[in-house]
Structures are given as structure tokens and as C-alpha cells.
Design a protein around this ligand. Structure first.
Ligand SMILES: NC(=O)c1ccc[n+]([C@@H]2O[C@H](COP(=O)([O-])OP(=O)(O)OC[C@H]3O[C@@H](n4cnc5c(N)ncnc54)[C@H](O)[C@@H]3O)[C@@H](O)[C@H]2O)c1
Length: 343
């Protein structure tokens, strides 16, 4: 389907997943209006996206909680759909700053939804998370699995999912795609875009990469006595470019079919911490020193997706291997040991 000429609003566009998705959108012919408040990203990313895509996008420094500014933007631009990435995502931080997570993730989404409602925009792609499955009863996890959350971050995602379901129920014009991401990893193959966490990273792949590049002395492995084949936690790592493509597939479905849907975006394969470390060592040619630490509260043994619904509904499945995730992640980290701005 050609999206030439359609205008898309992307919130949180300069973040990790947003930046890679913007590149794919621009290259597919979308006109992109991007916003971010830079609370977890850098202004330098805007020109990187344009450089990598070899296309221009319109960018506005804006907080999605600023309802008036959003509304004015939507009145100026002929936006026909939105991808809503903007939000805070650190589980540990959400435990110590729960109000910030309600404010940014829930109130920010409500502010956006009101602005969309008033401007007549009725197509939305929302970044949810596998964290809404809590401690899964069984794996692989299908979208029909029971939902339960173990921390304020997860609760904020589940609350927004519920608001979206109520809104879709209230007005059949809405077309919403709720995408539950598993564990994004990797970087753009150019080495020009990648994950640039502020402070200590929370996710495994950037932690390994920072050890490999010498920014941290050793990788903390949180528990080696989980009920998994090698005792370490098992997750579903998905290449950020596969994830980005999943957004394009979801958008195409919103333009071609009425109604709303929820899909997992994962590979369907569980990978342990030790397997991920071995793959990264192959990619970077260095050894990663490990330190076994206590299990973290709220962590689970194994979490990986059933990607069957995404395949059936969107014709989408992840295509890139763990080795590709590691080599792309390493290329980015090696070229930018201290991220975009060297902070
Ligand atoms: N990375 C993951 O592991 C993961 C997994 C599941 C879901 N998600 C969700 O996907 C989305 C994107 O994640 P990411 O990894 O790219 O995170 P990120 O922090 O790199 O990107 C989020 C972007 O949103 C911006 N932002 C935050 N609050 C904002 C606000 N109020 N107004 C405007 N901009 C704001 C930040 O500055 C940042 O650039 C988030 O909603 C996150 O919760 C991420």
C-alpha cells in the first residue's frame, strides 16, 4: 500500500524505537510530523534520522501533556494517524517515582487522545509492553493471556490500554493498534542510530554493550538459579528494525480495515542472558566479564511471545537474528561509545 502524501504524527520520535521507526516511515513515503520533549533523548537525533532516511521531517519540541500546543499542531498539519511512543519506560524508576509515570504515560496519553478527538483524527498506534502480562502463567504468551502488572510502569501501560478500549467502544470510528513489544535490541545497520540511555541502562543489551566498550567493568546477571535451562532469565529479544517494520504493518492494517486490535511484537524465541552474552561476544570479539547478583524484585524467569496473531493479522514476523542484533548494536556502540552527544 502506498502511503505517499499521508501525514503521520509521531510522539517520542527521537527516542530509541521512535527514531528507527521514523527512518522506515520516511523511506516508505510518509510525511512525518515528529514531536519529543527530549526528556530521554537528544535534539541531535532529528538530523540523524533525516540523514539516515535521506528525507526531511517536521520536528516540534513539545511535551504531549501540553494539550493546547498539541491541538494547535494538529490544526496546522493534516495528520491522518498517530504513533504514540512518548512515555517513560524504566521499571525501577517507576517504583520510586510513581506519579511521574502516571503523569507522563497516562495523563500524556489522555492529553493526546483529547487533542485527536477534537481534531477528528481516529487512527492510533500505541506502544504497549509485554510487561502487561506480569509473571506469565505459561510461555509462549498469546494476547489472550491473563494481564497482571507488578510495577507502576506496567500499570501505566495497562491503564492506557484500558482507556483505549473504552474509547474505541464509545466511538466505532476509532481504529487503534495496541502493540505489545517484547525486548527491543540492536540498532540501525548504518551505525548512525541506536539506543542512547541516560544514566545506567535498564535493559540487557545496552548493559552488555557498555561493558564491551569499557564504560562499565562487568555485567550484573540478576540470578543464575531461575527455573530455565542455564539458570538465567529468558527473554524475547527483537531487532529494533523488525519492531519498526511492525509499526508500518500495523498502520497499513489501520488504513485498510475498520476496528481495533492488540498484537505482540516479538520473535517467539526465548534467549537466556548467557546466550545473549555469548552472541554479543561473537559480535564484538571481546569477552564480557560477568558478576552474578541477586534476583531483582518483580523479575520473571521466562517471557517470550507467541507472534502468531501478528503474522495472521499483519503478515508481519521478525526477520533478523540474535547475531544481527548484537553486531548492529555493537557497530553503534563502538562508533558512539558515549552516545549521540557524548554525555
Ligand atoms: N525499549 C523497551 O524496552 C520498550 C519495551 C516495551 C515498550 N516500550 C515503550 O515504547 C515506547 C518507546 O520506547 P523507547 O525504548 O523508544 O524509549 P525512549 O525513552 O528511548 O523514547 C521515548 C521518547 O519519548 C520522549 N518523551 C517522554 N515523555 C514525553 C512527553 N511527556 N512528551 C513528549 N515526549 C516525551 C522521550 O524524550 C524519548 O525520546 C515507550 O512508550 C515505552 O514505554 C519500550
Amino acid at each position: 500500500m502506498s502511503m505517499m502524501g499521508q501525514t503521520l504524527l509521531v510522539t517520542g520520535a527521537t527516542g530509541y524505537i521512535g527514531s528507527h521507526t521514523c527512518v522506515c516511515l520516511l523511506q516508505a513515503g510518509w510525511r512525518v510530523v515528529a514531536v519529543d520533549n527530549f526528556s530521554n533523548s537528544s535534539p541531535a537525533v532529528v538530523s540523524r534520522i533525516e540523514q539516515v532516511a535521506d528525507r526531511e521531517m517536521r520536528f516540534h519540541a513539545l511535551d504531549v501533556r501540553d494539550h493546547g500546543a498539541l491541538l494547535r499542531l494538529l490544526q496546522r498539519e493534516a495528520v491522518s494517524a498517530v504513533i504514540h511512543f512518548a512515555g517513560l519506560k524504566a521499571v525501577g524508576e517507576s517504583v520510586s517515582r510513581p506519579l511521574d509515570y502516571v503523569d507522563n504515560n497516562v495523563c500524556g496519553s489522555v492529553s493526546l487522545l483529547r487533542a485527536l478527538h477534537l481534531s477528528g483524527v481516529r487512527k492510533l498506534v500505541f506502544s504497549s509492553s509485554a510487561t502487561v502480562y506480569g509473571d506469565p502463567v505459561s510461555v509462549p504468551i498469546a494476547e489472550t493471556a491473563p494481564l497482571s502488572v507488578t510495577n507502576p510502569y506496567g500499570r501505566s501501560k495497562l491503564m492506557v490500554e484500558q482507556v483505549l478500549a473504552d474509547l474505541a467502544q464509545s466511538d466505532p470510528e476509532w481504529r487503534m493498534a495496541t502493540l505489545r513489544y517484547f525486548n527491543p535490541a540492536g540498532a540501525h545497520p548504518s551505525g548512525m542510530l541506536g539506543e542512547d540511555p541516560r544514566g545506567a541502562p535498564n535493559n540487557l543489551m545496552p548493559c552488555i554493550a557498555q561493558v564491551a566498550v569499557g564504560r562499565r567493568p562487568a555485567l550484573s546477571v540478576y540470578g543464575n538459579d531461575w527455573p530455565t535451562p542455564d539458570g538465567t532469565g529468558v527473554r524475547d529479544y527483537i531487532h529494533v528494525m523488525d519492531l519498526a517494520q511492525g509499526h508500518l504493518a500495523a498502520l497499513e492494517r489501520l488504513y485498510s480495515h475498520a476496528g481495533s486490535f492488540t498484537v505482540n511484537l516479538g520473535t517467539g524465541h526465548g534467549v537466556s542472558v548467557l546466550q545473549a552474552v555469548a552472541a554479543f561476544e561473537r559480535a564484538c570479539g571481546r569477552s564480557i566479564p560477568l558478576r552474578i547478583a541477586e534476583r531483582r524484585p518483580g523479575d520473571v524467569a521466562a517471557c517470550y511471545a507467541s507472534p502468531a496473531r501478528a503474522e495472521a493479522l499483519l503478515g508481519w514476523h521478525a526477520q533478523r537474528s540474535l547475531d544481527e542484533m548484537c553486531s548492529d548494536h555493537w557497530r553503534w556502540q563502538h562508533k558512539h561509545p558515549h552516545g549521540y552527544t557524548g554525555h
